[in-house]
Every structure is written in structure tokens, then in C-alpha cells.
Ligand binder design. Structure first.
Ligand code: SF4
Ligand code: SF4
Ligand SMILES: [Zn+2]
Length: 263
């Protein structure tokens, strides 16, 4: 049904006329079935667009991508690595000192989260997600690196012989000369510079939904390779093809070709 001049476009699902209130909420009318259908259409369109993107990216990798590679989309942290600003280091040191003091004050109040029993490192194929995205979630560690009183007891339990001052000095000496702009002070170009046993448990445990989706696919086919595409909106920012024992980046010139194809 066509809209009268000046009136909102009809519902894109059922075609009935809509009032202006429904029109500002999206292309469907207020009917629940139309809303659900519209959301499903959106999801299928996004899935199809991602599959097309993967096909294009796979072509630029050529024979490195096997036909049965699993695919994953991850976000992309588009930030530079810069000399870690002195002001940022000072602020972080002050936050860490206070967090250690507060942890000591709360000692005995809460049971620290037990150390994980299984610390088997994740496979390279799964870690390709975090490598391609450049640690998008670690930007949230800006200012504190998640070394907060709610996470510190687990870290301190690993080194019962060390007084808090020694722990503090150990963290401070590991602040890198260069780190990701406006992100965690320990986030370097190659990822986190802290050894795993010095990271908070949330840093060691956290997996975003994109990584969890890849994990589920790899649990079904553990030997499969993975094509991981890091995207900012519709733009491909980086891509990695990983197998259990190898990892390749999409070369910049191939990536430029991929971009040219997508325009
Ligand atoms: S968990 Fe997700 S957001 Fe965080 S680094 Fe890995 S892929 Fe990126
Ligand atoms: S300490 Fe390491 S893992 Fe934790 S937020 Fe900072 S860079 Fe990420
Ligand atoms: Zn409708």
C-alpha cells in the first residue's frame, strides 16, 4: 500500500498504514508479529552480509582458507599504541595502592574466588578471536586493570609470602613503556603484558559472546581452522586465519583489495 504524500510509509511487513509514532520506532507497525518479523529480517540480512564478507575475505586469503573453516566476527579496537603517558602511570599507581590497602582492610570479609583448577591455555584457533580484535574488552581496564578489591584477593592468594608493598612494586615495574591509547595500562601491541597469574580472575575468565560463539563452533569441530574477521560496523578492519598450530594475518595489500571489492 502506498503512503499518502506527507504521511509515514506503511508497515514494511504487513503493508498497513502507520501513524507517526510507529514510524519513528522503525519500518514495522506496532503489531507484535510485524515487529518480530522485522527483527528476524534484520538478523537474516546481517547474517547474509557477514557470510558475503567472509566469502570476500576468504578469497583474498586464497588457498589458506579451507572450505570447512569455521567463521567468526569480532569487534576491533581501533586505537594506537603510544608511549604510556606519565599522568596515566601516576593515576594507575595511586589506584593500585588504594586497591591494595582496601583489600587488606577487607581481609577475611569475603572468600576469594578459588583459583581455576584447569589453567590449560586456550587453543590458538580460539585465541585468534582476541588477536584479531586487539583486545577490545581490555579497553575497559583503563585506569585500574581490574586490580580492584573484588578481584585482588585471588591474585594475592597466589603469593602469600609477598607483602603488599612487594606486590605493588611488581605491578609497577611491569607497566610497559608503550601501551594502547585510552585503554588498560598493561595493554600492549601484542596483547596483555602481564603474566596470566598476575591478571585478575575476570581478565583470565572473561569471554565475550563473539568468542563464545567461536568456542561453541570449535567444540563441534576441534580440528577445524577458523577465519576470524574483525569489523567496525560494516568495515573489515583485520582478519586472521588460524589452525591449531598456525596463524596468518590478512596482508595489508590483500586487505586493501578486499576493501576495494566491498565498495
Ligand atoms: S574476549 Fe572478545 S572482545 Fe575481548 S579480546 Fe577476545 S574477542 Fe575481543
Ligand atoms: S590486565 Fe591485561 S587482560 Fe586485564 S584488562 Fe589489562 S590488558 Fe586486559
Ligand atoms: Zn505491520
Amino acid at each position: 500500500m502506498l503512503a499518502l504524500p506527507g504521511s509515514p510509509a506503511p508497515c514494511s511487513v504487513c503493508g498497513r498504514p502507520r501513524d507517526v509514532h510507529a514510524a519513528v520506532r522503525g519500518p514495522a507497525c506496532g503489531n507484535r508479529q510485524c515487529q518480530t518479523a522485522w527483527i528476524q529480517q534484520q538478523k537474516s540480512a546481517e547474517k547474509e552480509a557477514f557470510e558475503n564478507t567472509c566469502d570476500r575475505v576468504a578469497k583474498t586469503f586464497g588457498e589458506k582458507v579451507s572450505a570447512d573453516a569455521v567463521t567468526a566476527r569480532v569487534p576491533y579496537l581501533d586505537r594506537r599504541v603510544i608511549p604510556t603517558p606519565e599522568a596515566e602511570k601516576r593515576a594507575f599507581r595511586a589506584t593500585l595502592r588504594e586497591a591494595l590497602r582496601e583489600t587488606a582492610r577487607r581481609a577475611g570479609e569475603a572468600t576469594p574466588r578459588p583459583l581455576p583448577e584447569d589453567e590449560t591455555p586456550a587453543t590458538l584457533t580460539l585465541n585468534a578471536s582476541c588477536i584479531a580484535c586487539r583486545g577490545y574488552c581490555c579497553r575497559q581496564g583503563a585506569g585500574h586493570a581490574f586490580l580492584k578489591p573484588e578481584y585482588l584477593p585471588t591474585v594475592l592468594n597466589r603469593r602469600p609470602a609477598d607483602p603488599p608493598a612487594a606486590v605493588y612494586r611488581d605491578y609497577v615495574r611491569r607497566i610497559p613503556a608503550e601501551s594502547m591509547e585510552n585503554a588498560c595500562v598493561y595493554q600492549g601491541e601484542e596483547g596483555c603484558v602481564l603474566p596470566r597469574n598476575m591478571r585478575s580472575w575476570i581478565c583470565n575468565d572473561y569471554e565475550c559472546n563473539d568468542r563464545l560463539r567461536l568456542k561453541a563452533k570449535l567444540e563441534e569441530t576441534p580440528q577445524a581452522s577458523a577465519l576470524v574477521v574483525a569489523m567496525d560496523g560494516k568495515n573489515v578492519k583485520a582478519a586472521v586465519i588460524a589452525a591449531p598450530d598456525s596463524l596468518d594475518w590478512l596482508e595489508p595489500d590483500a586487505y586493501a583489495a578486499e576493501r576495494a571489492q566491498s565498495q
